[in-house]
Design a protein around this ligand. Structure first.
Ligand code: SF4
Length: 589
């Protein structure tokens, strides 16, 4: 199955999607990729909600989403809409609905778009207690969806309101889990069931999203969704996002990795970067990412052939042999241009006097020297246009390839190289190298994660080397390891899965994250979920080892894996109790 509309994996081209009107904003088709954020106020607090929406718009946000837990919160959207319009702000508003079709029907009368989650719009979210649906029962459940969705579609049509069908990994229904399990297929089917109802009823102002906090799952699932829609003749626009990405470097890197991998293939019509920070902080990050990738349109053509040997829907590491500590199943390495270390991170190789870890570094102009060098470890630096028969013949089993690029579409060109190697059966390990002049750390985080992450997500690449002379080397080291961790190929620090907060959040999320990080950042490899509410938190912290979840005002539930082990702890004690829980389970170091 193809996930791109063309056969061209190498040259940047936007996916052709239909145009959806969200108030005065057109999305999809040839329109620019739109950036958006989500407010974290309670909609019943009208003025704070309006002010936050205005801050998001001032930062460049083109859509603003609010969560509406119930009918009362949905009714409040009318006042927010009116107040914003009175202030001359016509930014389209989106109501985010979970569990409550009645709230969706109210909100659809006042806002420009309503988001529903197929995992909980009709079904209760999974109880993991039922796995025995007969075909007939399954069909009856589909009828239930239709009967519940049609009234909403009628209201949307009447009020010119668009719909987002937004699937989240971690909130699939028992019915979907019974047939497909917790898989990309399950998430895609959950979305397709709703889409088919929309199409049968000729309702086409629909935008789709499938999100996950696991970047590999997110990228593969959206690819599968694009492929499935194409097969069924649908071209609805796509909204992209990585959920629970966290804050600071982690949040930026994870988001740029997942969203960037898809945008680089021309997939995506609107983007939300979810950060556990003030909502307006998300907009500049989204803007930079979108601009960085879309400006490569019309680039110099890359001539290459799809080897057919990279599965876009399933992770498999490219088959290589090992040279020193690089390749053949070894953890991808980090190379630095100069010696640097931090208390917890150590690069694998540093460039010193033209050598990496003692191995000489050759350019293609010195192929003869490479050939005659009998060192057990040698590096050959080249780019895709350098890859000739002479180069291929010079590659022996002691050579690691360092792959550079200066093409405006570096992802396309470096991908072309991997396909050429695969087609030729060349098994030398490859370290991906990229160079940047940026001095702004955030710019570098976004660009490097978007450029490099996709290769690790696809199982290509045995290491990375980021050259950025205008950024402190210690920050570059952290970024390099962050990209490998965000791509889920090498764990070097504690992983935090934290929600971006919304109107349901029950505690000060940013302060809590900071407190938990301060105490636990030495627990390498441990995954800690920090979620604002129990409505969506437990499901969406996915594969966290421990969870800290708001359960009532001032109260917290603690989780070990997916099991709630302590309930309604006063917030003032909760961080210490989390640490005790980690200690009791032997995971404290
Ligand atoms: S976990 Fe709860 S509080 Fe956090 S963003 Fe999701 S719904 Fe909002």
């Amino acid at each position: 199955m193809k996930y791109l509309q063309s056969d061209d994996l190498f040259n940047y081209k936007r996916r052709v999607s239909s145009v959806v009107h969200v108030g005065g904003l057109s999305l999809g088709g040839d329109n620019p990729v739109r950036v958006q954020s989500m407010a974290n106020t309670n909609t019943n607090d009208i003025e704070p909600s309006v002010e936050q929406a205005m801050r998001i718009v001032a930062a460049g946000g083109e859509l603003v989403r609010f969560t509406a837990q119930g009918v009362r919160e949905a009714e409040s959207l009318k006042l927010i809409r009116r107040s914003l319009s009175d202030k001359g702000c016509d930014v389209p508003l989106v109501a985010d609905i979970h569990f409550n079709p009645a709230a969706a029907e109210v909100a659809a009368q006042y806002v420009e778009k309503v988001r529903v989650n197929p995992g909980n719009f009709v079904d209760r979210v999974h109880t993991l207690q039922r796995f025995d649906y007969t075909d007939e029962e399954y069909q009856q459940e589909l009828e239930k969806i239709k009967n519940r969705l049609l009234p909403l579609l009628r209201i949307c049509r009447e009020h010119h309101t668009a719909l987002r069908i937004g699937v989240n990994h971690g909130s699939l229904s028992d019915r979907i889990l019974s047939r497909y399990g917790d898989t990309p297929q399950g998430m895609v089917e959950s979305c397709m069931e709703f889409l088919r109802v929309c199409r049968e009823n000729d309702f086409n102002d629909v935008v789709i999203s499938i999100k996950a906090s696991n970047t590999v799952v997110m990228v593969q699932t959206v690819r599968l969704l694009a492929a499935t829609m194409e097969k069924e003749g649908m071209r609805y626009p796509l909204h992209l996002g990585v959920t629970e990405a966290g804050d600071g470097e982690d949040g930026r890197v994870k988001s740029a990795l997942g969203i960037g991998a898809l945008l680089a293939d021309g997939i995506g019509d609107t983007v939300r970067v979810s950060l556990s920070e003030a909502p307006e902080c998300e907009i500049p990050v989204a803007r930079k990412l979108v601009d960085y990738i879309t400006k490569r349109a019309g680039h110099v053509k890359i001539s290459a052939k799809d080897s057919g040997m990279v599965d876009p829907f399933r992770f498999a590491r490219r088959n290589t042999f090992k040279v020193d500590r690089i390749g053949e199943g070894a953890l991808p390495v980090v190379i630095m241009s100069s010696a640097v270390s931090s208390p917890v991170l150590e690069p694998d190789y540093c460039l010193e006097n033209g050598r990496l870890g003692g191995g000489p570094l050759y350019e293609v102009s010195r192929l003869e020297d490479l050939r005659s060098d009998l060192s057990p470890l040698k590096f050959l630096q080249l780019s895709y246009p350098d890859y000739t028969e002479a180069v291929r013949n010079a590659l022996d089993e002691r050579t690691v390839i360092v792959l550079t690029t200066d093409h405006p579409n570096g992802v396309g060109e470096q991908r072309a190289f991997f396909h050429a190697l695969l087609a030729d059966g060349v098994r030398n390990p490859v370290v991906l190298k990229r160079s940047y002049e940026d001095s702004c750390l955030e710019d570098l985080q976004i660009k490097a994660a978007a450029d490099l992450g996709v290769f690790f997500i696809d199982g290509l690449g045995d290491g990375l080397w980021i050259e950025a002379p205008n950024v402190p080397q210690s920050q570059l080291l952290s970024l390099s390891f962050g990209i490998l961790q965000g791509s889920r190929v090498r764990v070097s620090k504690t992983e935090y899965i934290s929600c971006p907060s919304c109107g349901r959040t029950l505690f000060d999320l940013q302060a809590t994250i900071a407190r938990i990080k301060e105490k636990t950042s030495h627990l390498k490899g441990l995954k800690i979920g920090i979620m604002g509410c129990i409505v969506n938190g437990p499901g969406e912290m996915a594969d966290a080892d421990y969870g800290y979840v708001g359960s009532a005002k001032g109260k917290v539930n603690l989780y070990k894996g997916q099991t709630c082990v302590e309930k309604l702890i006063p917030e003032s004690e909760a961080v210490e109790r989390l640490i005790d829980l980690i200690k009791r389970n032997g995971d404290w170091k």
